[in-house]
Design a protein around this ligand. Structure first.
Ligand SMILES: Cc1cc2nc3c(=O)[nH]c(=O)nc-3n(C[C@H](O)[C@H](O)[C@H](O)COP(=O)(O)OP(=O)(O)OC[C@H]3O[C@@H](n4cnc5c(N)ncnc54)[C@H](O)[C@@H]3O)c2cc1C
Length: 365
């Protein structure tokens, strides 16, 4: 009987893995995802702008996988029984696998700050975005406090600044740790010019209705957005998978966690020259494609597979409308202003086109 290959999560990593498996391997492919479509997560901040829809950034699995030889299960994974090789679903069903790719991504992680988890709105899923949009739609000039000065926090502040009073709170002394100090200070200047008030080196210590305390300062808010951290889903800790101190699966350099169980995407903490690489869609996609190929090789008993070596081509951050900042050509070229934003839009467009192409190829005539 053909091997049962289960891909858990149809995000950047899961879809890239599926695409490789469809092209390179036989086997019975199943995708399990709790959502109705593939969410283009990096595009979600854009959807917060007035008049923009969230639905545009979710590609329905029904359409994407139409006629592809993939069985789709729309359900939430709540556990894995490693010894029995089964995935447990919220509906109570169990899905058996011979090979499993764990690509469910990360979830917002809230530090133990009183009131934070109950009152702050994360931005990680299409529903999160819809929820924030509902609050933003209540009117112009609201007090929005964004906590976290990484990529998500900076992009959200940039999108909201034209219509609202935006404050950005960050515990460290600078924004955007993924960019060099010069590019990060460009982003700072640009957003300041757009009206964002910065509270750098201000650690959040307390949240209550309509008010936060950060670095001893009291700030009022109508909408509080949490962009301060992500982590692995907590249900992983109830499985038999080996996990590191933060709860991420521990994998070998081919993404293998245990025989027949692989990890890809944000859940795979990848190091390059001793440094943990930032969790990005680009890295997730490359890791997913790689792990898909590894399983295809193992099914064909092709022998040893090369280790994963990602090629990070660039890092681009959208600022206020029409502007951006980042680097391309593997760090060889800094870009800022209109050109950076244009490049980021091109990357988004290319990704959509790539998906259509890749999944088209396997659709029957
Ligand atoms: C606001 C924001 C902006 C970002 N901007 C950028 C950017 O500009 N550039 C960039 O490269 N990266 C960006 N990132 C990071 C990027 O989105 C992630 O690195 C990427 O999405 C990770 O891909 P993944 O496949 O691991 O997970 P995801 O894309 O998160 O996909 C995980 C999938 O698993 C499904 N799933 C999760 N849990 C379960 C479960 N229990 N059961 C069933 N299904 C489940 C989800 O529905 C989802 O479809 C951004 C992230 C955020 C939050």
């Amino acid at each position: 009987m053909a091997d049962r290959i289960v891909v858990a999560g149809g995000g950047y990593a899961g879809l890239a893995a599926l695409s490789r498996l469809l092209n390179q391997a036989g086997g019975r492919l199943t995708l399990i995802d709790s959502e109705p479509g593939h969410t283009l997560v990096p595009e979600l901040p854009e959807a917060l702008a007035p008049g923009k829809s969230v639905a545009r950034h979710v590609l329905s699995y029904d359409r994407l996988l139409k006629d592809a030889r993939v069985t789709r299960i729309a359900d939430q994974i709540v556990g894995i029984r490693v010894a029995q090789r089964t995935v447990l679903l919220q509906s109570g069903e169990q899905v058996a696998f011979d090979w499993l790719i764990l690509a469910v991504g990360t979830v917002p992680r809230f530090p133990p700050v009183p009131g934070l988890k109950a009152l702050a709105l994360p931005l990680k899923t299409a529903q999160d975005t819809q929820r924030i949009k509902r609050d933003l739609d209540k009117g112009k000039n609201q007090q929005v406090v964004v906590v976290g000065g990484g990529l998500t926090g900076v992009e959200v502040a940039g999108v909201l600044a034209p219509r609202h009073h935006v404050s950005l709170v960050e515990a460290s002394t600078r924004l955007l740790p993924g960019l060099g100090p010069g590019l990060a200070s460009y982003a700072h200047r640009r957003l300041k010019g757009a009206g964002v008030t910065f509270y750098l080196h201000h650690k959040l210590s307390e949240v209550s209705a309509g008010r936060i305390v950060a670095g001893g300062k009291h700030l009022s808010y109508d909408i509080l957005i949490w962009a301060g951290g992500i982590g692995p889903p907590t249900w992983l800790s109830e499985t038999d998978l080996p996990l590191d101190r933060q709860g991420y699966p521990v994998a070998d350099p081919t993404g293998q966690v245990l025989p027949h169980v692989y990890v890809a995407g944000d859940l795979w903490q990848i190091e390059d020259r001793g440094q943990r690489l930032p969790q990005t869609a680009q890295l997730a996609e490359q890791a997913g494609a790689y792990v898909g190929s590894v399983i295809a090789s193992r099914l064909k008993q092709d022998g040893d597979v090369p280790e994963f070596h990602p090629h990070i081509r660039g890092m681009l951050v959208a600022l206020n409308p029409g502007q951006g900042v980042g680097w391309v050509y593997h760090g060889g070229l800094s870009v800022q202003g209109f050109s950076a934003r244009w490049l980021k839009n091109m990357v988004f467009r290319q990704y959509r086109r790539g998906l259509t192409r890749e999944f088209d190829r396997v659709w029957p005539d």
